[in-house]
Design a protein around this ligand. Structure first.
Ligand SMILES: Nc1ncnc2c1ncn2[C@@H]1O[C@H](COP(=O)(O)OP(=O)(O)O)[C@@H](O)[C@H]1O
Ligand SMILES: [Mg+2]
Length: 371
């Protein structure tokens, strides 16, 4: 029996989405193999032991944004460097005896390498990408640069910092955007998720407000050409030799796949699994997804997202998500399920990969005083 700490909630715009993903993971983990320790992170970033959540067992068809519980703040969880996770009781600390941590945290302070760094420091195995892979996956500019150097088909971009909006620099930026992309263009925060702070910009007068909105969420923003595209997603799983699953397609009913379409509007998008693609395009997407995963140094799992331009059929790599939505109706697990990997077995595999990766890292030499 392994003890799995499921870590959820967190200091992120995606706190609620994390509760839903974690609920689904807790419901599906094989109870004959794992004992589950649910750890909730408040919106302020504090860690508390939770009672096994009832909402974990509510079928997701009842609406994704149904009333979700607050994180219970009774027993605090403490991280001790080199010594794992502990529970604070009245008189003393009690070791939680965790075998592996499953971080189910979307977005900032969870999917970006920060929690992964803490777990390295307390010396516990964990599921998914490590510090580097998480940080690269979170940063849409750094990941594009790595992919570009590998010859992968990224969406061209201009990176914008707050200083580029000053009176002195702004007109130069507008001219650059106009020459390179024209209108409409697309603006998004460099390090964020769930489409927050993103917008389609139809004319130059709307550019500044769009950039200011994106820069509320991230220190840098990206401007890209607006691509009228089909949205294709591909699940990748593994450490050194990752495999890709046949892709799925998202068909948003909104102008693009915005926050409302993702989480609020029950008719915001439909998912097609598998995506109707020619054999050639399907194989090309799966192969680019594996390359993108490897070049971004990702371990465990990731969902790699693509655009196929409607007019030309051109394939573009958009972004990579190292902790993708994980409810039973989310794309990542559904693509795996469709290919014959049941949700319960997918969770087993992710845990196995996390333990393997911990072993591989610990097998490396780090003390050269004795050599
Ligand atoms: N260059 C673009 N052209 C058109 N639509 C885009 C572009 N970039 C993003 N989008 C739309 O915005 C959504 C969110 O953008 P994305 O880059 O995936 O960031 P997030 O991390 O917030 O999901 C995409 O799913 C897509 O619908
Ligand atoms: Mg996306």
């Amino acid at each position: 029996m392994k003890t799995v700490a499921v870590l959820y909630g967190g200091k992120s715009g995606e706190h609620e989405v994390s509760l839903i993903s974690a609920g689904s993971i807790i419901a599906h983990l094989d109870k004959t193999k794992y004992s589950i320790v649910p750890i909730g992170i408040t919106k302020e970033g504090e860690w508390y032991l939770q009672t096994l959540p009832q909402w974990a067992y509510t079928p997701p068809e009842q609406g994704l944004m149904r009333a979700l519980p607050e994180i219970e703040k009774t027993s605090r969880v403490i991280a001790v460097p080199g010594r794992g996770l502990w529970l604070e009781t009245e008189k003393r600390l009690q070791n939680l005896e965790i075998d592996i941590v499953f971080p189910v945290l979307h977005g900032t302070f969870g999917e970006d390498g920060t929690v992964q760094g803490l777990l390295e420091t307390v010396d516990l195995p964990y599921v998914g990408a490590d510090v580097l892979g998480s940080a690269v996956g979170m940063d849409k500019e750094i990941s594009k640069r790595l992919w570009l150097s590998a010859g992968l088909p990224i969406v061209d971009y201009i990176s914008v910092r707050r200083e580029d909006l000053s009176d002195k620099n702004y007109q130069t930026l507008v001219r650059k955007v106009e020459t390179r992309f024209g209108w409409p263009c697309f603006v998004k925060p460099t390090c964020s998720g769930s489409s927050v702070g993103t917008s389609k910009v139809n004319h130059p007068e709307a550019l500044k407000a769009a950039l200011l909105s994106a820069l509320r969420w991230s220190e840098r923003a990206l401007v890209e050409a607006f691509i009228e595209a089909r949205e294709i997603e591909c699940a990748v799983l593994g450490n050194e030799s990752p495999i890709a699953f046949p892709p799925g397609e998202i068909i948003p009913s909104h102008e693009f796949y915005d926050y409302e379409a993702k989480y609020k509007d029950p008719h915001g998008a439909s998912l097609l699994i598998p995506a109707p693609l020619s054999e050639e395009t399907k194989n090309r997407i799966m192969s680019i997804a594996i390359s993108a995963y490897k070049y971004a140094s990702i371990k465990g799992m990731a969902r790699v997202d693509f655009f196929i331009e409607k007019m030309t059929g051109a394939v573009f790599l958009n972004e990579i998500n190292t902790i993708p939505g994980f409810t039973a109706i989310s794309m990542y697990p559904r693509m795996c399920i469709h290919a014959g990997l049941a949700y319960i077995d997918l969770l087993d595999r992710l845990i196995e990969l996390g333990i393997e990766e911990y072993g591989a890292k610990r097998a490396l030499e780090y003390d050269f005083s004795t050599t």
